[in-house]
Design a protein around this ligand. Structure first.
Ligand code: 3LM
Length: 431
């Protein structure tokens, strides 16, 4: 499909955009270009490529024909002008920040960030004379009063890892723009199928493609999209000269395979997560469930406004605190204990001692990350088996058995959940 076809549906673009099989001897899938270097027609041609006076590939750290297709495809799915690929999500974050910042600048970041992003901001950037202020971006008044003329970047995740806080993309990005700052949204949890931050005013969108975009737990990768000017700047500075964190063409092939089913997977992740969130809410051993699809979530209305569905991530706390959380994790049989998220397999982990261990206990308390929180990435298994595994684990922990569900109860939960899901904008055509 040619690159002019971005008026077609999300799934169609995820499968076809920026690739024409007839240009590649009919090969249904894009070929893998493994060449590290590219030949010049002449010495003058080589010089022109290096000077930016001619278009083309010359070295695969900077650009590559296989990555090119993925970069165009993710830009299309996010509604952005251009895309760029990296060896990891952290590679994308560090290359982007180093490109756009200099000593003396200030970054405003939301209080809840993935642990290594927080470590990069808190410990990494300060080494280079950049100061970072953490602000609760769910409180737009607090953000408005924190922005100063030195603020160069405004950075947040939504939903935020791990506590599922939702940040109002439109309001925060418009405040950033008015202050002359660049806004960056980490869209890893939502994916472009659920949320398109560029249309809501974001300048740049970052992904750990390791998660839902790849979707199968078999790669590590990062992506960036935004205006051609900003993305090119990151390519020639942050990627080429500062980090060299380029993606392998093999990885690009796996991500393009994952993207083909992104819409289907996000529908299933979201549908199962709603069922599991409701099940946990109804369980007497559970103190609190954080899932934006629950009407009890404090930003449920905002989530409905900026998300197509509510995604596959849940956080929860048990009445018995951390020890109960660990005991539950240790009793699970089918659900796997592991960090990362967005895979076909359901994954459970403890943020305070794992993904968010870079925060001190005091910092976690100040940043809204409870030490008793358990994070659950709802997989693509049959939802009844996910509920059954929780049931048997709660029973093995001798938790009160109100959560032990009969098949009839599970059917009721499922139907209620689907009714709730159907009430959400855009969903009627996908369940
Ligand atoms: C995790 N997260 O389990 P990579 N942005 C977000 C993320 O969740 C992540 C990154 C960026 C997890 C990884 S913890 C050791 C495993 C919202 C990663 C960084 O560099 O591709 O891992 O992306 O929460």
């Amino acid at each position: 499909m040619s690159e002019q076809s971005n008026n077609t549906g999300f799934a169609t673009n995820a499968i076809h955009f920026a690739y024409d099989a007839q240009q590649e001897q009919g090969a249904l899938n894009p070929p893998l270009h493994l060449s590290s270097t590219y030949t010049f027609e002449s010495a003058e041609h080589g010089a022109d490529l290096f000077a930016g006076n001619a278009q083309g590939h010359f070295y695969s750290r900077i650009s590559n024909p296989t990555l090119d297709i993925l970069e165009k495809r993710i830009a299309c799915l996010e509604g952005a002008q251009s895309g760029l690929s990296f060896a990891s999500g952290m590679g994308a974050i560090s290359a982007t920040m180093w490109t756009l910042l200099q000593s003396g600048d200030e970054v405003l970041a939301d209080i809840t960030l993935y642990g290594c992003t927080y470590a990069f901001m808190q410990h990494g950037l300060s080494k280079f004379g950049v100061s970072v202020k953490f602000v609760d971006m769910t409180d737009t008044d607090a953000l408005a009063s924190a922005i100063t003329p030195r603020t160069k970047l405004v950075y947040f995740e939504t939903p935020a890892n791990p506590n599922m806080r939702i940040v109002d993309i439109q309001t925060v990005c418009s405040l950033a723009r008015d202050a002359g700052a660049i806004s960056i949204v980490d869209n890893t949890y939502a994916t472009p199928y659920l949320t398109q931050p560029i249309a809501l005013g974001a300048d740049l969108v970052i992904h750990s493609a390791t998660k839902y975009l790849g979707g199968h737990g078999d790669l590590v990768a990062g992506l960036l999209v935004g205006s051609t000017d900003l993305v090119n700047q990151v390519r020639v500075e942050g990627l080429k000269d500062m980090t060299g964190a380029c993606m392998s063409p093999f990885t690009a092939m796996l991500i393009m395979r994952g993207l083909k089913t992104l819409e289907l997977r996000m529908q299933r992740h979201s549908q199962s997560a709603q069922t599991v969130a409701q099940y946990l809410t109804d369980h007497s051993a559970v103190k609190h469930v954080y899932y934006p699809g629950l009407v009890e979530h404090p930003q449920h209305e905002l989530a409905k406004k900026q998300m197509r569905l509510f995604g596959g991530m849940i956080a929860f706390e048990l009445n018995g605190g951390l020890e109960s959380g660990k005991a539950l994790m240790n009793e699970l049989k089918m659900i796997q204990r592991a960090v990362s998220l967005g895979d076909a397999e359901s994954l459970i982990q403890h943020p305070a001692s794992m993904t968010h261990a870079a925060y001190t206990p005091e910092q976690r308390a100040a940043h809204g990350i409870s030490d008793t929180l358990v994070r659950f990435s709802v997989g693509l298994e049959s939802v009844a088996d996910i509920l059954n595994d929780f049931d048997q684990a709660f029973s093995a922990c001798h938790e009160p058995s109100t959560g032990s569900l009969m098949a009839k109860d599970k059917a009721v939960i499922r139907n209620q959940t689907l009714d709730q899901l159907r009430s959400v904008r855009h969903l009627t055509d996908c369940v």
